[in-house]
Design a protein around this ligand. Sequence first.
Ligand code: 5GP
Ligand code: ZN
Length: 111
Amino acid sequence: MTDCIFCRIVAGEIPADVVARTDAVIAFRDIAPKAPVHVLVVPMRHEPNVAALAAAAPEVLAEMAAVAQQIADAECGGEFRWIFNTGAAAGQTVFHAHGHVMNSGSLGWDA
Ligand code: 5GP
Ligand code: ZN
């Protein structure tokens, strides 16, 4: 989807600080971090939210979980929050599924 910012990052059209990549998943640092560690774990396929992704491609969601754990192991001792905002009222602003990997320094979610 050319109007989706995360699809454009997946396609390499917009730069990102990539920290991990698999065949189906890319992870990059949030442009406006809300914690000392704040990485977005993103499926390369476009699905609007995590439930849609789980229904369409559960193996990709499982791969995202493995990538999230690898990032946390490398950056914050393996313990982390993994947040999926779903719906505008819950703070979702990019409607391409993604999980926020954040460490314990994260503030309350008010974005
Ligand atoms: P949401 O609010 O949808 O749960 O999370 C979207 C996140 O994407 C926000 O934390 C926001 O800072 C981040 N974001 C939006 N645009 C960009 C971008 O172009 N690059 C990066 N790295 N992060 C972005
Ligand atoms: Zn997309």
